[in-house]
Design a protein around this ligand. Structure first.
Ligand SMILES: [Fe+2]
Length: 249
């Protein structure tokens, strides 16, 4: 069985559509989503409608914040959060449709385990909130504790920086391994990167395919300009959220 693992769509429908078209050629049986479908971007409702068809979808910090309170959000993220909340409650839609949006958010799991593979949004320690970034590889206490919570493999998103963390304290960027990682023994944590707001300096969408052993990192070009223009045209979304898309930061 080969699956596609996506994360951090962040209400970017142009990126989501491009990734779906790419996935269509990958011979996968299922798509799973590691959270943050919403937040930052201009199309939260459309992205929820798509991800609702995934085999499973996890709770990200943005879903958590829209339902509860984003106490750790900075000013710009909070502004986008308030705008997103308005969209999900929009009187332009049927009340039942809005209800379905909130129902989807309320149904999300914090983590999901299948065999010896763990799926979370951020990290096994703090599923919705903790970031895994390449510098962590030097933080042996953090890495040791994180790996003690991983059965064999763990897939995460959240930091928007794709790559492989190994239990012998190495970080492998997708470029360095030619986009391919074959898991054989030991433990590994895989960050799948972000569909809708990459932050590794490459503006193309990131996602992975996984067949139980082999992980392949994919990058997909999308119409960044259209998404940026939508953000610029939306007073409730800070321009900065558009500016960063073109540079992938
Ligand atoms: Fe996140």
């Amino acid at each position: 069985m080969r699956i596609a693992i996506i994360s951090d769509v962040h209400a970017n429908i142009e990126a989501m559509d491009a990734v779906l078209a790419h996935i269509a050629d990958q011979h996968v049986t299922d798509i799973v989503c590691l959270g943050d479908v919403i937040g930052y971007g201009p199309n939260p409702r459309d992205c929820i409608n798509i991800v609702a068809n995934a085999r499973f979808s996890l709770m990200g910090n943005h879903e958590e914040a829209v339902m509860f309170y984003g106490e750790d959000f900075n000013e710009k993220a909070r502004q986008a959060l308030e705008w997103t909340k308005e969209q999900l409650n929009s009187p332009e839609y049927d009340r039942s449709e809005n209800y379905e949006m909130w129902n989807f958010l309320g149904s999300l799991e914090e983590s999901h385990t299948e065999g010896d593979v763990l799926y979370v949004h951020g990290s096994p320690r703090v599923p919705t909130k903790e970031y895994m970034v390449p510098q962590d590889i030097r933080n042996r206490d953090k890495m040791t504790e994180i790996f003690s919570m991983i059965p064999s493999l763990c897939f995460v998103g959240h930091s928007h920086i794709p790559g492989v963390y190994t239990d012998n304290f190495r970080f492998l960027s997708p470029n360095r391994i030619d986009g391919k990682y074959a898991h054989q023994g030991g433990k590994a944590l895989i960050n799948v990167g972000s569909v809708g707001q990459p932050r590794d300096g490459d503006p193309r969408s990131s996602y992975v395919t996984f067949d139980g052993r082999n992980v392949v990192f994919h990058r997909v070009e999308y119409d960044v300009r259209t998404t940026m223009d939508k953000i610029y045209a939306t007073p409730g979304l800070p321009n900065y959220l558009a500016d960063r898309l073109i540079v992938g930061r």
